[in-house]
Design a protein around this ligand. Sequence first.
Ligand code: FE
Ligand code: FE
Ligand code: FE
Length: 157
Amino acid sequence: MKVKTLLDLFIHDLSDVYSAEKQITRALPKLIRAATDEKLKAAFQQHLDETQGQIERLDQVIDAHDELRLLRMKCHALEGLVEEAQELIEATEAGPVRDAGLIGAAQKVEHYEIATYGTLIALAIKLQLGEAANLLAATLEEEKSTDKKLTSIAEKQ
Ligand code: FE
Ligand code: FE
Ligand code: FE
């Protein structure tokens, strides 16, 4: 698709993050199985539930504004990050070292999402898509608090 306007760019990035969230719902169950620490497993499970809600929120963003529709596209960055997490799992045995690696892998995903949602919110405000901006801001807060929670789990290890 040719991206010519800020609205095109918003739709492009929204479709990319939709693909990212879908990939995350498939990856988190693998991280839950690979993790040992119960708090880490619980944090991943909680974020899996949140991620399902975030996909619903993206559907609400689309429904809120007539000019929005989703493009079929794949987030290649997430594909790469998931592949790296998979390699880490294969390179480690279950235990604290793998758990530390899983936290790092998950935080790379959260930081990607934080950057992406930050851009989307700025574009939504610029495009005067207020409902979209509010919905996306709610998701951004969940990504930030997940990132903080992972840091605190890592510090207690
Ligand atoms: Fe997310
Ligand atoms: Fe992407
Ligand atoms: Fe997330």
